[in-house]
Design a protein around this ligand. Structure first.
Ligand code: ARG
Length: 411
């Protein structure tokens, strides 16, 4: 595919990989534009705009997408309690479709026919960028130079040196890890972590304290929700973005939100992943707790299968699809009564819900109490159980009971 004369918008992080991509596009005779998106990953090293233009970009955009990330991606994920493999709160996977959307917006502004990203050919991120772009703007072509050129790290450094590309000395200091971060969490892979028996050393983590070094006193946080979305922290109303940042600091200081897992990538590889996502883990825990107070039993049970599907499609790069929209409609409907407050006790790496209150709680103390004044009609229980057990009694009468065989009936 010739890129001669083509306008390309590249997702630019300011790091070595995407700087090399930028230069490579220039070598191909393309007209590359750089887009740096702030998703709360922390400051880029230096002035990215200047850096991109210095390398030769035809234009550079620096955009803050944190609000949109929170309202359109993280809020739905919280409502859906999304945990891939029951563990990973999907913050990286949630950021990719938004980056694709912003690349397309920038491509429209400059009249580009191509967009590009720096993902490798072994991960999930390439799939997410490519498929999200196909869903949003099927007319655009996606280029992934890193996937195509097969340069290893030392070769990239050599290329950067040869072409006089600016890169921070940290790159050569050789951090063995591959890191991705945004305001909802941080993922760490590669290097010594590729040995699944190797315990991550403390230098792996940045957002969470070692639980054994965390404060010896527990801390309580009260998280208020309105229709499934967190709206207050310790009684104070605040925008979700601010709530996530503040809660992340408190929970992280107590070592909450560390995840160490073997994960099934979409491309078929099992990989060892370390995550730290203090706010995500605390919020999902609190949200689940409030749902157990406010949702009907059958809705809760059914929703858990929807949640699993939602997590999988998010992971698999299918964010902009009709199935995702349909599941959103179901989830939003379930959240109408998910309003209330959950009190979490956070201590040495754990976050435990110790209190919950909701105006539309289905929990009814008068029914549940073991005190004599309970409104539950115990006399109705015997008749209910007789009919509930009728099929079991019928089956045993016809086929013989399980008595002699223990739990497995012998024929
Ligand atoms: N395994 C996670 C995922 O697929 C995290 C990927 C992190 N990406 C990265 N480029 N290091 O969502």
């Amino acid at each position: 595919m010739s890129l001669e004369g083509k306008k390309v918008v590249l997702a630019y992080s300011g790091g070595l990989d995407t700087s090399v991509c930028l230069k490579w596009f220039l070598e191909q005779g393309a007209e590359p534009y750089a887009l740096y998106l702030d998703l709360g990953q922390g400051e880029p090293s230096g002035d990215v705009e200047k850096k991109a233009l210095g390398i030769g970009a035809a234009g550079a955009f620096v955009r803050d997408a944190k609000e949109e990330f929170v309202s359109e991606y993280l809020a739905p994920a919280i409502k859906a309690n999304t945990l891939y493999g029951g563990k990973y709160p999907l913050f990286t996977a949630l950021g990719r479709p938004l980056i694709a959307k912003k690349l397309v917006e920038a491509a429209r502004e400059v009249g580009a026919t191509h967009i590009a990203h720096g993902s490798t050919g072994k991960g999930n991120d390439q799939v997410r960028f490519d498929v999200a772009t196909a869903s949003i703007a099927p007319d655009l072509t996606v280029v992934a130079p890193v996937r195509d050129w097969n340069m290893n790290r030392p070769e990239e450094i050599e290329y950067a040196e040869k072409h006089g590309l600016p890169f921070s000395s940290d790159v050569t200091k050789e951090s063995p890890y591959s890191i991705d971060a945004n305001l909802f969490g941080r993922s760490i892979e590669a290097g010594p972590l590729e040995d699944p028996y190797h315990e991550p050393t403390p230098d792996v983590y940045k957002l969470t304290a070692e639980p054994e070094d965390a404060p010896n006193e527990p801390e309580y946080v009260e998280i208020g929700f309105a229709e499934g979305v967190p709206t207050s922290l310790d009684g104070k109303e605040m925008p979700l973005l601010e709530l996530i940042v503040r809660l992340g600091e408190v929970a992280g200081a107590h070592g909450v939100g560390r995840i160490d897992m073997i994960e099934d990538r979409l491309v078929g590889i099992k990989s060892r992943e370390i995550y730290e996502a203090p706010a995500a883990i605390a919020l999902i825990k609190a949200h689940q707790e409030l749902e157990s107070m406010t949702l009907a039993k059958d809705v809760l049970r059914f929703k858990s299968s929807v949640e699993q599907r939602y997590a999988e499609l998010t992971y698999d790069g299918l964010w902009f699809t009709p199935l995702k929209s349909a599941l959103d409609a179901f989830i939003t409907e379930t959240q109408k009564t998910v309003t209330g407050t959950v009190r979490l006790k956070i201590y040495k790496g754990s976050a435990i819900a110790v209190g919950r209150t909701a105006p539309k709680a289905l929990y009814n103390k008068d029914l549940a109490t073991y005190d004599a004044n309970s409104t539950f009609d115990e006399s109705a229980a015997a008749g209910f159980i007789s009919l509930w057990g009728l099929p079991a009694r019928q089956w045993a009468g016809v086929n013989g009971g399980f008595e002699d065989a223990g739990t497995t009936r012998k024929d």
